[in-house]
Ligand binder design. Sequence first.
Ligand SMILES: Cc1cc2nc3c(=O)[nH]c(=O)nc-3n(C[C@H](O)[C@H](O)[C@H](O)COP(=O)(O)OP(=O)(O)OC[C@H]3O[C@@H](n4cnc5c(N)ncnc54)[C@H](O)[C@@H]3O)c2cc1C
Length: 453
Amino acid sequence: MAVRFVIIGGGPAGVQAATHAARLGADVTMIERDLVGGAANLWDCIPSKAMIATGGVMSASRRAHAMGLRPIDPALDFDSLHQRINDIQSGLTESLVELLDSQGVRLLAGTGTFKGAHEVVADVEGKTLEVEADAVLVSTGSRPRIPEWADVDGERVLTTRQAYPPPELPSHLVVIGSGVTGVEFVHMFSSFGSDVTLIVSRQQVLPQKDPEVAAVLEDNFLKRGVRLFKGARAVGIVREGDEVTVNCDDGRAGRGSHALLAIGSIPNTEELGLEAAGVQVDAGGYVPINQHCQSNVGHVYAAGDVSGRLPLASVAFMQGRKVAEHVMGLHTREHRHLDYDKAASAIFTEPEIADVGLAEADAFAIGRKIRVTKVPFAVNARALIDGDARGFVKIVSDPATGVVLGGSIVGHGASELISVLALAVTANLKVTDIVESLLVHPALAEALADAAE
Ligand SMILES: Cc1cc2nc3c(=O)[nH]c(=O)nc-3n(C[C@H](O)[C@H](O)[C@H](O)COP(=O)(O)OP(=O)(O)OC[C@H]3O[C@@H](n4cnc5c(N)ncnc54)[C@H](O)[C@@H]3O)c2cc1C
């Protein structure tokens, strides 16, 4: 009899696990209470990048004179922007549903909860269906964290989920939180023409990132007139009529027309009945996992944001894939473990920021000898042709072997270019492998070969 695999939550982790396991011969049931594609498609990755792409066209138009054009000043059309986001989302959802269907995955549109270690209940349109499982994946994702001092009203005090697009274009947006999500929203709304204030709890935006990389972004924000409140923690939001004031612990106050919370997320695990299956969660509500994404109960897996590892759709996809292989017993000695330290990530600001593997600062912190080489895009022909030569490529390698250990890219196209370094890091390629690749000319990727030299 085929392995009965039940998946609760149809975001990136769930969809990837379902299609891969079905391909490998499992009998797969997926329970999704909202839309297949998950928060990634509905609220997070897709709408945010769609809005950033629109903002990118607006800011490129403002630089039209640099491309030999007369200045253009496009205005935002909220209705067509909304339509554009809906079209992209529904197109992606439809193709995922078709994919699941073509693989024979049974899709139950409802809420899933555990009844026992091997029994999952799906609440579908008021009817209760009980599904027996040999293996279960919890891939229920996460939702924005709302602190007790914030009264979110969906009008002027918003979470990221209410900003696609917001009810009206903010004349002045106060963004709380300067991690990846916060800086992307600063970039998005300042491209649209809103004034923006960013509350930065530390002394640097993107506190987890290489200071040199963060400095380029801060510089860009300041040039655009973004106000940075560094070293300030938001402690309260007051709305008076059309004005919103974000009060900080150091006495400063950020005043604007709207405030947006971007201070992290919390896992969707409270209402799953995990205790019925004996599955433990940690103090933050995440399901702790081992290298195979197994929870403390061997046949119950967790993947994606609920696992408390890197909260990225790309990581969720790969975890889902590894879960499917483990469920189907394909885990062998040769099997490649998921190495979270080798995950590439990107920040879709202007310039874009992307990195992978070992960072220069982390190497120094652990006393590891490294070779760091850096090339600015200002000497790259394609960057000059494209009219955007901001930023640089930095490659970190092992001085003894030449193996690529990591790298950072700041600049136009960084989110695509980082794939080359991600491949190099995953496959233990050497800098000479990059240098000796016959690349296209003129291409931004040539900056990688120059940095690898
Ligand atoms: C603003 C923003 C932008 C982002 N941009 C990017 C990006 O550009 N690139 C990137 O890699 N990552 C990005 N992320 C992170 C990314 O969105 C998440 O890491 C990813 O969505 C996690 O996928 P998941 O499979 O864990 O769950 P989700 O995408 O959260 O999906 C979980 C699904 O489970 C369903 N569900 C929950 N409970 C139940 C239940 N009891 N029964 C049935 N169904 C249930 C939900 O309806 C949902 O559809 C972004 C995050 C945010 C907040």
